[in-house]
Ligand binder design. Structure first.
Ligand code: GDP
Ligand code: IMO
Ligand code: MG
Length: 430
């Protein structure tokens, strides 16, 4: 049986949460390996809505182990407020079903401050971040001055870490016109939350390797999307982590051979939140209709998502980079009732045709999408649970996408509800 990695193949919000929840019925362990509480994953189970940010979507099922790996950046206060919110919805969370890697870096209030100060200072050139401190927290990790979960267990270590961290942040804050960090207050806050957090701390790399040896099925849950990847995304309008499939291994402490099937989650059209290039963006009635039918508002910030036609160039590119074996195509139902649909099959830049998105920002800004038109369908696909329920034009649209992105559809989703999902190929099957 293969372990499965789920990654977003566009700009995030592809429906990863729904698919991870659906797949987790057949998994033993569900692990997050990058990102933080910038993610917003919505699950709808029998009409009940669960919104998850940091916790793996498998947490809502009983008897599964949820893991937060070292590749994540973790805001402990936000974690416990999410745990409390879920408890109020009847989901019990304890060290029995959640563990956190000891070497996970923390997001502190000073990271959130810096994220927001920088966005304000950037004015029009802002990234449009979620303002949660994700970028600054990753900077401190690679800058070797972060505080990690295990550091909370020893006051002497914590003090040394705080000294190094605040020397850096106070200088930055001064430059941005903000006051210095209140060290005593931050220290007290950290020591207060330490025992609560430490009860979940584990050498995750070791436990995961044991799970692997004993044949447990692992489902890795990616956050964000491939076009927000720090290396391969539309830089600098990206997030600060590696969102590609390879990160599942280093973000939890397993070797790359632990990754079996890579499932790319792909929305049947395109959306993006925040700033940055978006070749197929629609600012007309079609874009408006996609946003309304797809309820395209961010889970985390409530911002309106920008909407556009399906871009096969970008998805072919991200599927190649993540080594996607099959895709889960979501939100097909949102396209019901469109007379015609457009798919972007290539780009034209300064009279030259491209079959990929070039890296140079100056070229990205000049992309003209080349479209192919397809006939839409009048019938409803909402809630369809088998191919036989799909109109011929919808099947044609799906088949054309497979052809253009050079990757087969393994799953198809036709509503937010868990069970409105069509299985074509089982990703867990070897
Ligand atoms: P994620 O960040 O990739 O987990 O995606 P989000 O949860 O942020 O956004 C996807 C939204 O679409 C959520 O509100 C889901 O409930 C919803 N959704 C997921 N799959 C489908 C689908 O097939 N059809 C429709 N109409 N909505 C879906
Ligand atoms: P899920 O997991 C969509 C975007 C932000 C911004 C950029 C950088 O729900 O798919 P950050 O706060 O990460 O520094 O912001 O990345 N972004 C997302 N967009 N879905 C997400 O997560 C996102 N997480 C970050 O809007 O453009
Ligand atoms: Mg989301």
């Amino acid at each position: 049986m293969a372990n499965v990695v789920v990654v977003g193949a566009q700009w995030g919000d592809e429906g990863k949460g729904k698919i991870v929840d659906w797949l987790s019925e057949r998994a033993d362990v569900i692990a997050r390996f990058q990102g933080g509480h910038n993610a917003g994953h919505t699950l709808v189970i029998g009409g009940q809505v669960f919104k998850l940010s940091l916790l793996p979507s498998g947490i809502v099922r009983k008897g599964k182990m949820a893991v937060i790996g070292n590749g994540v950046v973790l805001d402990p206060w936000s974690l416990f407020s999410e745990i409390d919110k879920l408890a109020a919805q009847g989901v019990e969370i304890s060290p029995e079903n959640l563990m956190i890697a000891e070497n996970t870096p923390l997001i502190l209030p000073l990271h959130q401050d810096l994220d927001q100060l920088r966005e304000e200072a950037a004015g029009k050139a802002k990234i449009g971040t979620t303002g949660r401190g994700i970028g600054p927290a990753y900077e401190d990790k690679v800058g070797r001055r972060t505080i990690r979960v295990a550091d909370l267990a020893d006051e002497e270590t914590l003090d040394a870490r705080l000294d190094r961290l605040l020397a850096h942040h106070d200088a930055l804050r001064q430059g941005l016109g903000a006051t210095a960090v209140n060290r005593a207050e931050l220290r007290a806050k950290l020591l207060e939350i330490a025992p609560k957090l430490l009860q979940y701390a584990q050498p995750v790399w070791k436990v995961m390797n044991d799970y692997r040896k004993s044949g447990k099925r692992i489902l890795f849950e990616g956050a964000q999307g491939s076009l927000l990847d720090i290396d391969f995304g539309t830089y600098p309008y990206v997030t600060s982590s590696t969102t590609m499939s390879g990160m599942a291994a280093t973000g939890t402490g397993l070797g790359p051979s632990a990754i079996g099937f890579v499932l790319g989650i792909v929305k049947a059209y395109t959306t993006r939140v925040g700033e940055g290039p978006f070749p197929t963006e629609l600012e007309d009635a079609d874009g408006q209709r996609l946003g309304e039918r797809g309820r395209e508002f961010g889970t985390v910030t409530g911002r309106k998502r920008r909407c556009g036609w399906f871009d096969a160039v970008l998805v072919r590119q991200t599927c190649a980079i993540s080594g996607v074996n099959g895709i889960a195509l979501t939100k097909l139902d949102v396209l019901d009732g469109f007379k015609t649909l457009k798919i972007c099959t290539g780009y034209e830049i300064d009279g030259t045709r491209y079959d990929y998105l070039p890296t140079a920002a100056a070229l990205q800004a000049k992309v003209t999408p080349i479209y192919e038109e397809m006939e839409g369908w009048e019938e409803s696909t909402e809630g369809a649970r088998s191919w036989a329920d799909l109109p011929a034009a919808a099947i044609k649209y799906v088949r054309r996408i497979e052809e253009l992105i050079q990757c087969p559809v393994a799953l198809l989703s036709t509503s937010p509800e868990r069970d409105d999902t069509i299985l074509v190929t089982d990703p867990f099957a070897d």
